[in-house]
Design a binder for this molecule. Structure first.
Ligand code: GYE
Length: 336
C-alpha cells in the first residue's frame, strides 16, 4: 500500500500557509511523529482515496453498478475519484494515468475490452498502486498486474442461457444471437458458454449472430436486420447477451408483426427490473442473473488492502436464473 495520502499534503499546505519556507515545510512534516493509526487516539484516520474508471452508462445493469459503487463509497467515507470512459478504452487508459498522478490509494476499474492493458497496468504497478478489477476481466500475461478480479462467471451465464433454450425447445431451435460489446469479456464468455452447451444439440442452430453493443437502440436495430434477412422468418429463439438488447429486440419483433415470447422465445442476461416487467407482460421468457451490486465487495477488498489483509485473487458473485412464471413474485424484491 502506498502511504501517500491527501492528509500529508494538507498538513504541508497548512504549515506553508503559516508562513514557513517549502524546505521548512518538508522538514517540519518529516519531524512530525507518524500519523496515529485509525482509532488509536481518537484522531480520524486519513480518508482512503480510490480511483474508479467506469465503462459508461450503456445499460440498466451499468447504471445500477455505478450507483452501487458510488453509494458504497459514500457509506464508508471513502473518497471516490470517478471517471466515465464513454465506452472508450483510450479514455480508461487516460483515467488510470490520471489516478497515478493523483496518487490515489487504490485503482479499480471495469475494463471495456479484455486486451491492451499491459502497458498502463505496468505503469500503475511501478507507481506502487494496487489494482482491483470489477465486473470484467483483462487478458494479461502477468497476473500480478492486478490484485483481484471481482465479478460474475460469464461463461456459466452463457451455459445457463443455453440450458434454458434446450429445455424450452426440446433441443430444436433456430437461434438469433445478439452479442455484447466486441472484445469485451462478457461478450466473449457468454458466447463461449452458450456454444459449449448447444454443441451437444445439433438441432439447435445459431443462424444469426452480431453485436448489439449491449444497448437497447442497437439491439433493436440489429434485430430488425435479422428479421428482414432471408432467414428472418425461421428465427424462433433469441439469445441476447444482456436484457437491454433483448428489450430493444422485442420492439423490433413487435414492429415486424410477430409475438415476442411466443413466436420468438427470448432469453437474455442481467435480470434487471425492466426484464422482469417484460416477463410479466409475457414478452420475455427467461433472464439469467448477473449481479451489478458490486460496491460492497469492492470496498471490502479496498479496506482489506488498506489493512494489509490478504485478498482472494478471484471473487465470484452468486447468481440465479428467473423464468416467466416466477417473474411476478420475484419483481417485488428486485433491487435493480
Ligand atoms: O451484462 C451489460 C453491461 O459487464 C456484466 O455490461 C457487464 C455487462 C452487462 O453493459 O448489461
Amino acid at each position: 500500500m502506498p502511504t501517500r495520502r491527501p492528509t500529508r499534503r494538507t498538513i504541508l499546505a497548512a504549515f506553508c500557509l503559516a508562513g514557513l519556507s517549502l524546505a521548512a515545510c518538508e522538514k517540519k512534516a518529516e519531524d512530525k511523529p507518524a500519523e496515529p493509526k485509525a482509532g488509536a487516539t481518537g484522531t480520524p484516520a486519513p480518508k482512503l482515496r480510490v480511483g474508479f474508471s467506469q465503462i459508461g452508462a450503456e445499460s440498466d445493469w451499468r447504471r445500477a453498478n455505478t450507483e452501487s459503487i458510488k453509494g458504497e463509497a459514500a457509506k464508508r467515507g471513502v473518497e471516490l475519484v470517478f471517471a466515465d470512459a464513454q465506452q472508450k478504452q483510450e479514455n480508461q487508459i487516460k483515467a488510470l494515468r490520471s489516478f497515478i498522478q493523483q496518487k490515489v490509494d487504490v485503482i479499480a476499474f471495469s475494463p471495456v475490452v479484455e486486451t491492451g492493458w499491459e502497458p498502463v497496468l505496468k505503469e500503475v504497478k511501478e507507481a506502487g498502486i494496487p489494482v482491483i478489477l470489477t465486473d470484467r476481466a483483462v487478458d494479461v500475461s502477468d497476473p500480478n498486474l492486478f490484485v483481484t478480479f471481482i465479478g460474475a462467471d460469464f461463461v456459466e451465464e452463457g451455459r445457463r442461457a443455453a440450458n434454458w433454450v434446450v429445455k424450452a425447445t426440446g433441443g430444436k431451435a433456430m437461434v438469433a444471437e445478439l452479442q455484447g460489446t466486441p472484445g469485451s469479456a462478457p461478450a466473449i464468455d457468454r458466447k463461449k458458454g452458450f456454444e459449449e452447451v448447444i454443441k451437444a444439440h445439433p438441432d439447435i442452430k445459431v443462424i444469426k449472430s452480431q453485436s448489439g453493443e449491449f444497448t437497447r437502440a442497437k439491439g433493436k436495430e440489429v434485430m430488425e436486420t435479422f428479421l428482414k434477412s432471408s432467414e428472418g422468418a425461421s428465427i424462433n429463439v433469441l439469445y441476447a447477451h444482456n436484457d437491454d438488447m433483448a428489450l430493444g429486440a422485442i420492439q423490433a419483433i413487435e414492429e415486424a408483426g410477430r409475438k415476442p415470447g411466443v413466436d420468438i422465445k427470448i432469453v437474455s442476461i442481467d435480470a434487471v427490473r425492466a426484464a422482469f416487467e417484460a416477463m410479466v407482460a409475457g414478452k420475455l421468457n427467461c433472464t439469467v442473473e448477473c449481479n451489478p451490486l458490486l460496491g460492497p465487495q469492492l470496498f471490502d477488498a479496498v479496506e482489506a488492502l488498506a489493512a494489509k489483509k490478504p485478498v482472494e485473487k478471484r471473487i465470484v458473485t452468486k447468481e440465479g436464473v428467473f423464468e416467466q412464471a416466477q417473474a411476478a413474485e420475484a419483481i417485488k424484491t428486485r433491487q435493480y
